[in-house]
Design a protein around this ligand. Structure first.
Ligand SMILES: [Zn+2]
Length: 372
């Protein structure tokens, strides 16, 4: 490990003299086995998947190509988080029956393979599916079967959070948790890890979801929550106080306040940073040069790197690493810290986590030997 950081330090020194080489970095990072912890799995479907569903249901009969569909859906043309959530709900509305839902599970492995991801934790927002009459246990069974198949055929592991969602209020969130507990009571083995709180941040104070989180904790589930994606740093404090999540989704507004950055650095609670997503929802930065990731890293906050919604933002994990390296002031060494911390902050059990870390470190060492 020290050897790796020493070699990476040499590259960081070279960068200072001759600048970064993003092309070389891209080649390097592609070869490293990675983890991703914050991704909404509906967004792993591709435009081609949506086009098939569009043909099946004639939702937008005028759309004949993937490009037409992207135009109509306004992909990458959002003005803020609310528009993004609306777009996400639009994409979910393509899924109408069991056979369509299987597309989500089937889209996970190709994404992992394209980005050399060996462990992925994703969110599934069930509210609108349930409201449209899809059976909760059917969705969980379908997803668990896809995840089991990924593990059996490739050895890659996954875990899913059920997004209880604040877009539809606390009663709906509790209902989602109860559905999940009902499902978990019927199965011996599952890759559903617990709950996440996503959706419209401004619409619900963390305190409103206190009981949902308390119940999930008592049931022994993992629990994570979005905060500070579009709300000020005070909402990160409130989220920590009332919900006590194991990780914070985004948390970028922490850069607004010295004290919270000190507190986060001390507690080392991981933040799931998704820079491209933040640039497109435009709350705290519109250019990578100004994204708070560098400030947060400098202050010693525990950061992980993720994509949030590949379909909506047209970014995948390898590209996210390259874009952050190219656009921010983070060094080559910082990028490796991000990569390894993302594995460390995962909910993988100790033995497979140690195995993945060692696999990544070996690949990093081999890659560095070519560069230094
Ligand atoms: Zn998210």
């Amino acid at each position: 490990m020290n050897e790796i950081m020493k070699l990476a330090g040499t590259i960081t020194e070279q960068e200072k003299l001759s600048g970064k080489n993003p092309e070389q970095f891209k080649e390097f990072i592609t070869k490293i086995p990675k983890a991703e912890l914050h991704i909404h799995i509906e967004s792993l479907m591709t435009a081609a998947d949506l086009l098939k569903l569009n043909e099946k249901y004639a939702l937008y009969p005028e759309c004949k190509t993937e490009q037409d569909l992207k135009e109509v859906l306004g992909i990458k043309k959002i003005a803020n988080l609310s528009e993004m959530i609306q777009q996400f709900l639009n994409i979910q509305s393509f899924i109408k029956e069991e056979e369509d839902f299987a597309l989500i599970g089937n889209s996970i492995l190709p994404y992992m393979e394209r980005n050399n991801i060996h462990y992925l934790e994703g969110h599934l927002a069930v509210s609108s599916f349930v409201k449209r009459g899809l059976d909760f246990n059917m969705m969980m069974t379908s997803l668990d079967a896809s995840l089991e198949e990924i593990a059996r055929t490739t050895g890659r592991e996954t875990g899913i959070f059920i997004d209880v969602s604040r877009t539809f209020g606390p009663e709906n969130a509790m209902n989602n948790l109860n559905l999940l507990l009902g499902y978990l009571g019927t199965v011996e083995k599952t890759r559903i890890l617990g709950i996440g709180l996503g959706g419209a941040e401004k619409s619900g104070l963390p305190e409103t979801y206190k009981e949902v989180f308390a119940k999930a904790t008592a049931a022994g589930l993992h629990y994570v929550a979005h905060a500070g994606e579009e709300t000020p740093y005070t909402q990160i404090y409130e989220t920590l106080e009332f919900l006590n999540p194991e990780r914070i989704g985004h948390g970028v507004s922490a850069f607004q306040n010295e004290q919270i950055m000190e507190d986060l650095a001390e507690s080392q609670i991981p933040l799931e940073i998704c820079p491209t997503s933040n640039l497109l929802t435009k709350t705290f930065a519109t250019k990578m040069e100004n994204h708070p990731i560098s400030t947060l890293m400098e202050k010693g906050v525990f950061l992980t790197l993720n994509t949030d919604d590949p379909l909506l933002f047209e970014v995948e994990l390898n590209q996210e690493y390259v874009d952050v390296y190219r656009g921010s002031s983070l060094s080559f060494s910082d990028m490796l810290t991000l990569l390894l911390n993302t594995i460390r902050a995962s909910f993988l059990n100790n033995a497979p986590k140690a195995k993945l870390l060692s696999k990544a470190e070996k690949a990093i060492q081999a890659g560095l030997a070519d560069l230094v």
